[in-house]
Design a protein around this ligand. Structure first.
Ligand SMILES: NC(=O)c1ccc[n+]([C@@H]2O[C@H](COP(=O)([O-])OP(=O)(O)OC[C@H]3O[C@@H](n4cnc5c(N)ncnc54)[C@H](O)[C@@H]3O)[C@@H](O)[C@H]2O)c1
Length: 267
């Protein structure tokens, strides 16, 4: 149910590919809550995904940007401010891609060119976006910047491979840039560590369904859905969470604090 929590706010949403994407649900809820947004994704995703459908439904402009290109990102921020009519209140980074996983290269035998690309797309892009927004003074006072992450950044999940390092770096950027943005104009920066979710990126991880079922059993509340993740993002973009910054926030039904769950052993 909409409460106009984001009334009058302007935002940029990265990463809506299809209706399973977490960013898709976030975009829908942002508009329901009264925000105006622009949508962005890599040019190739615009050709193969369904983002134009979403844009039409939400009356939002799609601005293509490869998250590894400073020129694309710079244009995205300028054009978003133009279309939305002012500075930005919130940004969602919902981008992840592992070349080694996609090309089935084991963690113990990484291709380093691909590894660099993985880190660039999945983590350094977050710094790029924030650096440009900082330099351009594009964020409004008390704005909110979020990225989505996974607990494999902090604990071992062998099939997550090099994405574990990408997520560790992503979380570190939230802490470090969170400091500088707080000092500049009270903008907060956080990561949300989400349960396994059945999306294109999620299903790219080997044995995803087993992994999903395991986490669902292990979490006392069960896995958090993409829709529930979107609700949490809305709370974090709203003025109700203004003093939360530089945090990695678990949105995982309790999974991260579990040691052992008898149901996992079939008891
Ligand atoms: N699905 C899960 O289980 C899960 C769990 C925790 C965190 N996450 C994170 O949530 C975020 C969103 O993923 P999702 O599960 O919604 O899957 P998704 O596949 O729908 O979204 C990933 C997005 O990244 C975009 N992308 C890839 N390369 C890009 C580039 N060079 N430039 C710009 N965009 C690019 C894709 O086009 C896609 O829209 C990711 O950061 C993912 O790691 C997912």
């Amino acid at each position: 149910m909409a409460n106009q929590l984001l009334k009058g706010k302007k935002g940029i949403i990265f990463g809506a590919l299809d209706d399973q994407s977490i960013a898709w649900a976030v975009a829908e809820k942002c508009v329901e809550e009264g925000a105006q947004i622009t949508l962005t994704n890599a040019p190739v995703a615009l050709r193969f995904g369904q983002i134009n459908e979403l844009a039409e439904k939400l009356n939002a402009k799609v601005i293509p940007a490869d998250a590894t290109s400073m020129d694309d990102l710079s244009n995205l921020i300028d054009e978003s401010m133009e279309v939305l009519g002012g500075k930005i209140d919130f940004i969602l980074h919902s981008i992840g891609m592992s070349l080694n996983v996609r090309k089935k290269k084991d963690y113990t035998n990484l291709n380093y060119d691909w590894h660099h690309k993985t880190l660039d797309i999945s983590a350094i892009s977050f710094h790029r976006i924030m650096q440009l927004a900082y330099e351009k003074d594009a964020m409004n006072e008390w704005g909110s910047i979020l990225a989505l992450t996974y607990i494999a950044s902090q604990r071992i999940f062998p099939d997550y491979s090099e994405m574990a390092e990408a997520k560790s770096l992503l979380e570190s950027y939230a802490r470090s840039f969170g400091y500088h943005f707080a000092k500049k104009n009270h903008v907060r920066v956080n990561t949300i560590s989400q349960s396994p979710t059945l999306t294109t990126a999620g299903k790219g991880v080997a044995g995803f369904q087993d992994f999903y079922d395991y986490a669902d059993k292990m979490s006392p509340l069960g896995n958090a859905s993409g829709q529930e993740c979107a609700d949490y993002c809305i709370a974090m973009f709203s003025d109700l969470t203004r003093m939360v910054t530089m945090q990695n926030l678990y949105h995982d039904g309790g999974f991260s604090n579990m040691g052992m769950e008898p149901a996992v052993l079939g008891k």
